[in-house]
Design a protein around this ligand. Structure first.
Ligand SMILES: Nc1ncnc2c1ncn2[C@@H]1O[C@H](COP(=O)(O)OP(=O)(O)OP(=O)(O)O)[C@@H](O)[C@H]1O
Ligand SMILES: [Mg+2]
Length: 398
């Protein structure tokens, strides 16, 4: 699922475009980025959508289509073109390839042939070490799963505030999926009243396309996009592992960062999220239940090296009076603590109650400074705008 190919198609004939479009929508590793019914407009569509592959159907007007292929091949040398035509004779194939197409398929297109051609094009875009050639943008995004060692440990607070902080970086698109399907509250933390939820997406999974999926996410003023948990508790059971796999796979193609706020149930969707994540933040606290559960969770995840290598333990609410010592906690857990977020009840609880993230509610608080540091440590290259210092408050009107 890591390598979703973003595809744009042009075909002026509805009779051939629609079956091809439906076939592409059914392919899990494909994201239909754009669909166009005029050769004249396709160049602009490509410029705006920057797909990984362009599919050009030739039969509506061979001369125009071949000219378009030649122009695209010249202007976008890193983007392979797949030509499709009902005429599978040697002459037609040769013309398309000479114009600049990398692959040719005869229509009606057969699914297996389409998949093989797409795989060849995908391999052709990668160098021997698996990195994209020709400066093509890397389709992968960073998926961060946030799991908690017990209820109320601070998973949602961290997930939401990491998301909003990250959304401030240039050239970054961040989406948060609330996977606490029954009792999630990421929408409350952001004071959003979403029109669509994960349940709507799961119910329409077969005809999920870019427009529908993007419309299903609610955008917060910080720039963070949210796909919330279902409104009705009973709808939680509609969401199955394969739905989540497809949704995460598609969102990775469109966002640079995905944050998954898990439930404390460690159920099938949580496990899917853990498997698909690049990083697992295990949120704990310096008290007995959290530390005991942290050890149990690490033991369970430790049975699968693919999971255990991704886990980073984050201690939340550090600095409360009743804290167990840090050294003792580290010895108990048997793993270094990746990050410590201070206890800052006033800023955090007020921010949660107001439904306003820390970045907007208490941008100079120590807890926001710590979360900004955590975000930087996780995302490495992300250029975070500087956190305002306390001194700058003197000049502010707040
Ligand atoms: N660093 C912090 N300092 C002070 N209070 C905090 C901190 N982090 C979280 N809290 C508070 O702890 C409470 C629980 O936080 P949160 O809802 O994020 O936990 P959770 O793990 O998502 O809970 P749930 O198990 O319900 O999903 C909230 O009232 C929040 O304001
Ligand atoms: Mg929560």
């Amino acid at each position: 699922m890591r390598d979703v190919q973003r595809i744009a198609i042009v075909d002026p004939a509805d009779a051939t475009r629609e079956p091809l479009r439906n076939m592409l929508l059914g392919v899990e590793s494909v994201w239909l980025e754009a669909e166009c019914s005029r050769y004249e407009f396709f160049h602009d569509v490509i410029r705006q959508s920057q797909p990984d592959v362009a599919v050009v159907a030739l039969d509506a007007d061979h001369a125009k289509a071949l000219l378009l292929i030649a122009q695209l091949a010249q202007d976008c040398p890193g983007m392979p073109i797949l030509a499709v035509s009902g005429r599978g004779d040697g002459q037609s194939i040769l013309q398309a390839l000479r114009s600049g197409a990398k692959e040719f398929l005869t229509s009606p297109v057969v699914l297996e042939e389409l998949l093989t051609a797409l795989q060849r094009l995908h391999r052709g875009r990668l160098s021997s070490d698996g990195t994209p050639l020709n400066g093509a943008p890397k389709a992968d995004s960073l998926v961060i799963a946030v799991a908690g060692a017990r209820g109320g440990v601070g998973s949602t607070s961290l997930a939401v505030n990491i998301g909003c902080t990250l959304a401030q970086c240039p050239n970054v698109g961040v989406a948060l999926i609330d996977l606490d399907l029954a009792l999630g509250d990421a929408d409350v933390a952001l004071d959003l009243m979403p029109d669509y939820t994960l349940a709507d997406v799961a119910l329409n999974i077969e005809r999920l396309d870019m427009t529908f999926l993007r419309r299903s996410l609610s955008k917060h003023s910080s720039g963070l996009s949210l796909l919330p948990h279902p409104v009705q508790m009973e709808d939680a059971s509609l969401i199955r592992e394969e739905h989540l796999q497809r949704v995460i796979g598609l969102l990775r193609a469109s966002y640079t960062h995905l944050i998954l706020d898990l439930s404390k149930g460690f159920n099938a969707t949580d496990v899917t999220a853990l498997r698909m994540a690049d990083v697992i933040l295990l949120v704990s606290q310096l008290e007995l239940t959290s530390l005991r559960n942290t050890v149990r969770i690490l033991l369970t995840l430790g049975a699968d090296p693919a999971l255990s290598d991704k886990v980073k333990v984050v201690l939340n609410r550090v600095g409360s009076d009743a804290d167990i010592g840090l050294k003792k906690a580290e010895d108990t857990i048997g793993k270094p603590i990746f990050w410590q977020v201070p206890n800052d009840a006033r800023s955090m609880i007020e921010s949660r109650n107001a439904g306003v993230p820390l970045l907007q509610h208490a941008p100079r608080s120590k807890v926001q400074a710590s979360i900004a540091g955590l975000t930087q440590a996780l995302c490495g290259t992300a250029e975070l705008p500087p956190t305002p210092t306390r001194r700058s408050r003197f000049f502010s009107f707040k």
